[in-house]
Structure formats: C-alpha cells, structure tokens
Design a protein around this ligand. Structure first.
Ligand code: ATP
Ligand code: MG
Length: 573
C-alpha cells in the first residue's frame, strides 16, 4: 500500500473529549473516528488491526473445537420475553420497532437467539456437546460510553455458546475455552490475569474474567501474590474478621447525644473510639423497596454482593430527599432499632460482636449496647463488604493486593438458566427429556486492541505488538532523489512479494513529518531510504520499540526485516 493513495490522516492535536491514552492515540493515528457517543467508524488502518485480532480469535476458537456461525444483530422481542430478559435487561437494551409496530432489539448479546437455534436443531444426547461462536457487532446503550473502543455503545464482540448433556462436559469445554483465551491474549502480548467474576445479568454458576492490567482500567482486581487467588473486587472475599468477639451486654440500650456528627468519622472522633468499633448503616433503594445494610464502620458496602443476595434487579443509594420517608430517620442518624426498613442485612464481620453502637434514628443521637435479636430482629448475615488491599486471602491468608484492570474477556458456566426458560431440551440415554447445560464465552475485539495500545505506547505514539499491527513495516522514502525513490520502491515491492504488510510512505512530505507519523502510528519496524546513506550503498532500519538505527545493504536489510516480521507473527503461539 502506498501512503499517498491510502486513507490515513493523522492528527497533531489531542482530541478534546479523549480520556485515556489508547483512545487519544487511536484517534490521532487515524485508526478510528467518532460518529456519535460510543459509536465509531473503523478507519482503514484501525480496521486492519481489528481484522487481525479477529483472525487470532478465530484461529484459537477453531483450535478449541468451536464452530463459527453468524446470527442477526436485530432480534425479535419474543425471544427476550421467553427468557425473561425483555423486562430484566434494563436500559442498556436498545429496543426498536419495525414498520408493523413489532418489537425488536439490537442484540447486546445472543443467548436467546443461539438457544432458539439449538433447541430447534438438536434433540439427542448423541449430538452434544457443541460449541458455536460468532464475531459480530453488538449494541449496548451504556450509561457512560467512554474511552473510545474500550466502552462503546456499538462494538465488536466474539461470543461463543456451548451446549452439553453433563456438568463434566461443560467443565471440559470451559477449561478448553479458558486456555484458548489465554492463548489469544498472549499472542497480543497482553499482560493479563484470569480472575473469578460476578455472573451479573447473564446469571449462572461460575465465571472468570480476563483482566488486562492497566491504570486506566475501570475494574479493580484483587490478587493474592502467594496462592494466585484472583477475583474482581465486585466478587472478591477475604478472611472474615473473627477478632471482634465480645460478650453481649446485660445492660439495656443507651442513647448518646452526638450533636453534629453525620459521618462515621465524626462519630468516632466524638466518642473517642475507632470507626471499626462502630456500625455503619447504609440504605439502598431497590425494586424490592428500601433495604438497610449494616457494615463495620471502617468498611465499604459492596453493591454487587448486596444486589445478588437480595435477588434485586436494580439497586442504588437512597437519595437524601426520600430518606426520612423510607427509614423514619434523618440522614446520618439511621440505625436498625425500630427502623421502618422491612429488610435489614448485616455483614459477617459483625456476627460475633457482642454489642453495637449504631445510629439512634433521631437527629444528633446514637445508640449503644445494641444487641441484635434482642433490640431488633436478627439481621440477614452474609458477605456484604468490599475487600481492601491488606485484607487476608480467603484461601491462604496472605496479604491481598489490588490492581486496576480492563476486562477483555468473560466466560460463564450458565447452567440451565436459558435452556429451562426457553425449553431447550434433549433426550438422554434413557429417553428422558432434560434441559441442556450451557456455557457462554465473550471477548471484546475492539476493547482488546485498545488494551494492547494502553499497555504498549510511549510519548510519541503506539508500539504495536507484531500480530495485531495494522502494517508490520513502513518504508520511508527520505526526499525525492531519484535513486532514493527507486531503492525505496524496490524494497517495498520485495517486502510485498514476501507477503509482508508494508506501507510505503511515498508522500510528498518533509522527512520530519514522515518520521513523526511513523512513530505515532507505531509500525513495529521501519526502513528509511535516504540519499546520504544510499551514497554508501546502505539503507537504515529500526525497531519502533527502541528506535536504535542500524545500517545495511538494501538486500540484506530487507531479508532481515522479513525474518523479524515472520518471527514476530508467531509471538505467543
Ligand atoms: P463491563 O463490565 O465492562 O460492562 P460486561 O461484563 O458487560 O463488561 P460481557 O457481557 O461479559 O461484558 O461481554 C463480553 C466482553 O465484551 C467483555 O469482556 C468486553 O471485552 C466486551 N465488552 C462489553 N461491553 C463492551 C463495551 N461497551 N464496549 C466494548 N467492549 C465491550
Ligand atoms: Mg457491561
């Protein structure tokens, strides 16, 4: 490809609304262009990386025994009503109507369509297991689309779905997919970790997320340096604190005046105690009504754990304006004794505590000597708090660490959630009808490419890992000297003939501009042909990663570069 005729236009300015480095670089290097919030055009250069990423995923899926198909982006609402997600999915689901006023959705995911396909096609245990995948455009009306391809509304995902007649068979495919994901991310040179994850909206029994470690990550990953326990912070647990055991007091509850102490820190200061000795009251608004959650004063409530425990469809902090009406207490002074909240939950860490200090349900008042079961009904105990760095690993007790991560892949053991609601059954050996056991496996194509940039760049631009570089080599003609143009063209054509993805920078631009652009776009290898070295029969080449320039005869440099590219393509395989 000749740059002069290619559609590649770099930007000098950093786009004003770009927040993370990968988004800035993808826009500046001419890979993507924003059309609307969370909706992008993949420009020719960006599309090349996307296609390479897809090819890697395709190879690894095929190798893992999955078969490719392509389902429609637009899906009839009836299927979503059958699974129950027409009601449950919420506002991320883009609902559309056709000219006959019939309801459709633009697929955010494809469990419904694949389950419908398989139930109509397969009826015997002999036809199982099967594993089907597609690479396709999804739409999710994200609340906050941002970070470019990282959290778009329209984005490309590889999604696979497996169907089984036994748990063991699901376990086997799940493990194969877990390994396939590892290979995909290694091939893109991504520093990643698989972690235990919450199963969220999709439901199911077990799930792992593949996290690329990066400061810009929207997720937090809890990790044990010793036993390799790893989990999304939404789901992670730590060893429970059993050091709080104390005798229940014989004394009755006692009110304490605590004027002007709305926050837990104020109360601790006022009473001269540590926040960990107090009980913090959190009030959430949910589709099941207002719910009270009690946690140790120094811990944060974990909304995902609380929502899962309740089986609620949505959950958010109760707004101040509705606080008194829902709880009977002023903001800052709410507690469990005599509360209006119908459900009271308490974190495990409070289970053995003898007496509690809690909000007194009146302005400027707290209550001490509170005993659960005596002064208010026994709460529902479970794990409702978020793990903090420094907590002990639930498996081995080592001090846990917390990192930022980008979720690039997510695999689930779905079980029979969809096969039951949608009647996707098979006949087993004894002729009995049973729901198929399912797994599903998602991988964000654009998000993975963006993560690779997030992990591999410098102040001047992208440093592509060879396997997903839009072009592997740039040949830069420095100046318009006839010998320069002739040699550069020969080098370019030799590389092309050898099957190398090469861009020939034949533009009528100053050398400085060409080199700046080459650094910004991040071609892994660069060959520069200039009059000065050519006078000695030499051309220059360098790796983008260190830019150390080396000289050699054109034929030798070309042969060397071809070898480097071929070796680089094999990276991580
Ligand atoms: P997140 O928690 O980041 O919203 P998710 O749990 O909703 O992700 P899944 O439903 O598991 O994501 O989708 C599978 C994969 O699709 C994700 O691992 C991610 O790589 C990709 N993905 C999900 N949402 C987006 C998005 N809005 N933009 C780009 N890629 C996405
Ligand atoms: Mg999501």
């Amino acid at each position: 490809m000749r740059w002069s005729r290619y559609f590649l236009h770099t930007l000098r300015e950093v786009p004003a609304d770009a927040d993370v480095i990968s988004q800035k670089l993808m826009m500046r290097a001419g890979l993507i262009r924003k059309v609307a919030a969370g909706i992008y055009t993949y420009l020719p250069l960006g599309l090349r990386s996307i296609k390479k990423m897809e090819a890697i995923v395709r190879e690894e899926m095929n190798r893992a025994g999955a078969t490719e198909l392509l389902m429609p982006a637009i899906q009839p609402a009836e299927l979503w009503m059958e699974s129950g997600r027409w009601q449950k999915y919420g506002r991320e689901l883009l609902r559309i109507k056709d000219r006959h006023d019939r309801d459709f959705v633009f697929g955010p995911t494809h469990e419904e369509v694949i389950t419908d396909t398989v139930r109509d096609t397969i009826n015997s245990y002999r036809q199982l297991p099967i594993n089907l995948y597609q690479i396709q455009t999804k739409f999710r009306d994200e609340v906050r689309p941002r970070f470019g391809l990282m959290r778009g509304r329209e984005f490309i995902m590889k999604d696979a779905y497996s169907f089984h007649s036994s748990r063991e068979s699901l376990d086997e495919t799940y493990e194969g997919m877990r390994q396939a994901y590892g290979r995909v991310f290694r091939r893109c040179a991504l520093d990643h970790v698989p972690v235990e994850a919450d199963t969220g909206n999709i439901g199911g029994s077990a799930s792992h997320e593949f996290m690329v470690l990066a400061q810009s990550g929207e997720d937090a990953v809890v990790s044990c340096p010793s036993c390799k326990y790893g989990a999304n912070v939404e789901k992670a647990t730590s060893k429970f604190f059993d050091d709080e055991v104390g005798p229940a007091p014989a004394d009755a509850i006692r009110h304490i005046d605590t004027p002007g102490t709305q926050s837990i820190d104020d109360v601790a200061k006022f009473l001269g105690t540590k926040t960990s000795e107090l009980v913090k009251t959190l009030i959430f608004d949910t589709d099941l009504g207002a719910v009270m959650v009690l946690v140790r004063g120094d811990r944060e409530g974990n909304e995902v754990k609380i929502k899962n425990h309740l089986g609620a469809q949505w959950l958010e902090m109760l707004p101040d304006a509705r606080f008194e009406e829902a709880t009977g207490a002023p903001v800052g002074y709410c507690g469990p004794v005599g509360t209006k909240c119908a459900r009271v939950l308490a974190d495990y860490s409070l289970r053995n505590r003898g007496s509690w200090i809690v909000g007194g349900n009146a302005k400027d008042r707290h209550t001490a000597n509170v005993v659960p079961g005596r002064d208010f009904p026994e709460p529902e105990y479970s794990d409702f708090t978020t793990v903090l760095a420094g907590d002990a690993c639930p498996r081995c007790g080592t001090v846990l660490e917390i990192y930022r991560g980008i979720e690039v892949g997510h695999i689930f053991k779905l079980g029979t959630k969809y096969s039951e609601s949608m009647n996707c059954v098979y006949l087993d050996e004894s002729g009995e009808r049973k729901p198929m056991i399912m797994g599903c496996y998602g991988l964000g194509i654009g998000r993975t490419v963006a993560s690779a940039i997030e992990q591999s760049h410098d102040a001047d631009g992208i440093i592509w890992p060879m396997p997903i570089a839009p072009f592997e080599v740039v040949v830069t003609a420095v100046g318009k000297d006839e010998a320069v143009v002739r040699t550069a063209t020969e080098v370019y054509e030799t590389l092309l003939a050898a099957g190398i993805d090469v861009l020939f920078d034949d533009r009528d631009e100053r050398p400085g501009v060409k080199f700046k652009d080459a650094d910004l776009v991040g071609f892994p290898l660069r060959i520069a042909v200039g009059a000065k070295s050519l006078a000695n029969g030499q051309i220059e080449w360098s790796w983008r990663r260190d830019r150390a320039k080396q000289l050699g005869e054109p034929a030798a440099v070309t042969a060397q570069v071809i070898d480097f590219v071929k070796a680089g393509r094999q990276q991580g395989t």
